[in-house]
Design a protein around this ligand. Sequence first.
Ligand code: WTA
Length: 664
Amino acid sequence: MTDNAKLVQSAAELERLLDDLQKVEKFEPPAKFRARARVRDPGVYEVAARDPEGYWAEQARQLHWDRPFTTVLDDSDPPFFTWFGDGTLNVSYNCLDRHIEAGLGDRVAYHWRGEEGEERAITYADLHRDVQRLANGLKDLGVGRGDVVGIFLPMIPEVVVAMLACARIGAPHNVVFGGFAPESVRERMEVSHAKALITVDGARRKGRTAPIKREVDRVMSGLTELRSIVVVRHTGADCPMQDGRDVFYDDLLARSEPVCPAEPLPAEHPLFILYSSGSTAKPKGILHTTGGYLTGVAATHRDVFDLRPDSDVFWCTADVGWVTGHSYIVYGPLANGCTSVMFEGAPDYPSKDVWWEIIERYGVTTFYTAPTAVRVCMKWGIEYPNRHDLSSLRLLGSVGEPINPKAWLWFYAVIGRQQCPVVDTWWQTETGHIMIAPLPGLTPTKPGSATLPLPGVSAALVDLDGNELAEGTGLLVLTRPWPGMLRTLYGDDERYVSTYFDRFGPRTYVVGDAARRDSDGYFWIIGRTDDVINVSGHRLSTAEVESAIVAHEKVAEAAVVAETDQVTGQAIVAFVTLNADLRGDDQVAAEIREYVGVRIGKLARPKSIIWAEDLPKTRSGKIMRRLLRDIADGREPGDVTTLGDPSVLHQLQERAAARGKATS
Ligand code: WTA
């Protein structure tokens, strides 16, 4: 441990320390960190602001281009922007071959840790070998350039192989988070016209196993475009294989040719689609392309995490099924040739100190997680991290939702021992990479603020009419295209324009978050302004959950809102009206929660259900969610002048106060 690292020994000491730290307005980068930081020159912001395209072109040139680009940004048809349009490159070449050619084949790409403590060290050469075989295997199955491949896998190394194999042959992947229900997988395969799906026999979760292939089979019939299912053997669960359609991953690799050259692809070739929740029940297929995306994730991974590829061990605890996993478990770290940790399990299995044990075991230097996880660890107490030597850590990161100052300070004090800068990174599935975050050797941090837009990024706050606000609260917008931005919503250009660019014109990207800006120009993200709920950093649409609830035979009407939750940030509350003559009780509530779990996934199950004879509506019949949010959070409902029948409120308030919360 470094000389002046401070280990907090007791709860009382922690409390005193947090009280003291709360008085600190700004945390300067520790002197030692600053002295060695990759980005130290404050001029970087100004240089990039003067010539953002030049800045990004310089970042892009750090990749390997088969044909160098001569144009950077093409903004002649806003909001359809292109980056590095005439260049060609291959993402898998940049993530693998390039490093192997530089003699780094034996470097560990992932220290993989299984749920039961198994370990695998996967080198760049290992990945390169398997990726080529799988790429050839996919080609043999008839998958070619432009064909969408679904991936529904747990946190095992094969998920990385699958993504890179697709990238190698120009087949856009569509990864579905392992926590989603098979029904969601089917829907996403159908709407993306997937030709193949790569999945697993079974998945493990806290000592139990789920028969994934069987569940997938149950819903996957009748998809005429889906011709092949590749099955990774993981748990050894017995699974039915359909002749002519299904093949085991290891069999496919064994019978495929070992060499598959990476195809040079146009910079704007689609790399992946990732479905994300929006304000309607229909998920949005966010489309990312090749050159700009890789440029953005590689540059931000390098600079925001102050990367030293030959000595750092980077650990992003997200799931690969979310954008954070795409960008900072797979593409950023591999493009930069660094060593990462990949963990199959949950933070409390087999015990509540498993994360800290992993940090000690692999010498993790850079730890990137979500506020909800920090709050859970706070609840469990300091005894778990204190069982382990965390002195390898030199940088901490946060992503997915606003981090409350108390959680920030706990993270900084207990896990970082006041030695590690904390980078709070704001971005979205749509942005592809980090947009607002400190540069850790340069930017003073304030707990709870994501600080400033990165070099090359232009963000602003505007009022409802689009006037820029130098300070105060407003809507967050991005005022200049950036290389990793989504290019469209898959198959739906119109929805792309109407969702992000209708409000203030085709050059102003509307984020969907409200934020505050202080007198230093620092951004403080407040939360979503649309009907998206952020549960433990996972985006869910109220409309999607509502439509699952009302599909239940006993339900007449439902309205879903978010309430504030100490641990998960937000939690889902459903106000439900049952069909006439039915009475709501715990049994029906359990049925509805289960039903939502099966249709969308367990993460979408309402935390609590409040029975409503009637929902508060305007005279024209529109549900007044604002009032429901007040009720869920125990606030006195705001303006009720437009409410049709004010008497419904009182009863709902009583029920909300009395509710016994169901737990998942
Ligand atoms: C929220 C996850 C505050 C925000 C990378 C955004 C954050 C949505 C932060 C995107 C942060 C993400 N501070 N809020 N550091 N990071 N958000 O698409 O509301 O799953 O719009 O991307 O999460 O969620 P998504």
